[in-house]
Design a protein around this ligand. Structure first.
Ligand code: HXC
Length: 262
């Protein structure tokens, strides 16, 4: 028998949503190898799970996640990391290419790798007591899981540099101001709001939702004209799906669309 699971999975079939909860509050949900491998194993299953259209990720206690597990990171040796799935696969590959929408419900400290995890998600909702930061510089490091690349696209260069170079955190209101979070909610309403958004997505065509996510994410990798070409080829293909026919037909006949997800 392995160690007790720390990432809890709850399938909410009625709203076609999976809730993943990181439950390691004693270390502020620091991202250990175990947490990443559980998270990723769940994601790989959920990607294929027809009951699920979207995923919500949150944490137990006063942190969403305080970042990489420093007790584990201190044992790193330079050549080993190239052969260690923990970094190459677990941190960089699975979550950023996950095909279904994933909402981060940030309930507290969201630091370092925890913020990088949130930035790999599609929407960030913050509770009023959330705190966001990239404190790696204080450890003699800098953000290494997309932090330097993704945060600048959210908050702009000046704020990104301030956060990365000083390691100082920002609160939920500032995160909202700098468009890191899409909204700020009282702590007791955070999860409810995330699930409400997931439920709305859950009612839509799975195919259209996945294609939309891919098209939006493509903008981070391509210039405008290349992105537009990608968008138009995705869009044109989508017009041939059953769901697009169902959606358009339902609108024109003033009915509610019943998507078949194909
Ligand atoms: C391991 C951690 C941890 C971490 C906190 N803990 N963060 N353990 N890894 N990242 C542990 C503490 O050691 C402590 O254990 C317990 O959790 C509670 O933390 P406290 O510091 O006592 O809580 P508090 O005073 O409330 O301060 C909260 C905090 C602080 C401000 C969030 O914990 C903090 O600054 N944490 C470090 C955050 C950090 O540097 N993250 C970046 C990691 S590097 P004990 O045993 O004392 O109770 C990174 C790189 C990613 O993320 C790139 C990878 C490719």
């Amino acid at each position: 028998e392995g160690p007790t699971a720390v990432v809890q999975l709850e399938i909410k079939e009625d709203i076609r949503t999976a809730l993943l909860t990181i439950n390691s509050p004693k270390t502020l949900n620091a991202l250990s190898e175990q947490i990443w491998s559980e998270l990723n194993a769940h994601l790989l299953n959920l990607e294929k799970d027809d009951r699920i259209n979207s995923v919500v990720v949150t944490g137990v206690g006063k942190a969403f996640s305080a970042g990489a597990d420093l007790n584990q990171m201190k044992t790193n040796k330079f050549p080993n990391v190239y052969f260690n799935d923990y970094f190459e696969r677990d941190w960089y590959k699975i979550l950023p290419s996950f095909r279904k929408p994933i909402i981060a419900a940030v309930n507290g400290y969201c630091f370092g790798g925890g913020l990088e995890l949130a930035l790999m998600c599609d929407v960030i909702l913050a509770s009023e007591n959330a705190k966001f930061g990239l404190p790696e510089i204080k450890l003699g490091l800098f953000p290494g899981a997309g932090g330097t690349q993704r945060i600048i696209r959210q908050v702009g260069k000046s704020k990104a540099m301030e956060m990365i170079l000083s390691g100082e955190m920002i609160d939920a209101q500032e995160a909202l101001h700098f468009k890191l979070a899409s909204s700020v909610l009282p702590p007791d309403q955070l999860l409810e709001a995330a699930l409400k958004l997931a439920k709305k997505i859950g009612k839509l065509s799975k195919v259209a939702v996945a294609a939309a996510k891919m098209a939006v994410n493509y903008s981070a990798e391509a210039g405008l004209s290349e992105g537009m070409r990608y968008e138009s080829s995705m869009f044109n293909s989508l017009t041939g799906t059953k769901d697009a026919k169902i959606g358009v037909e339902a609108f024109l006949s003033k009915q509610k669309a019943k998507f078949v997800h194909s």
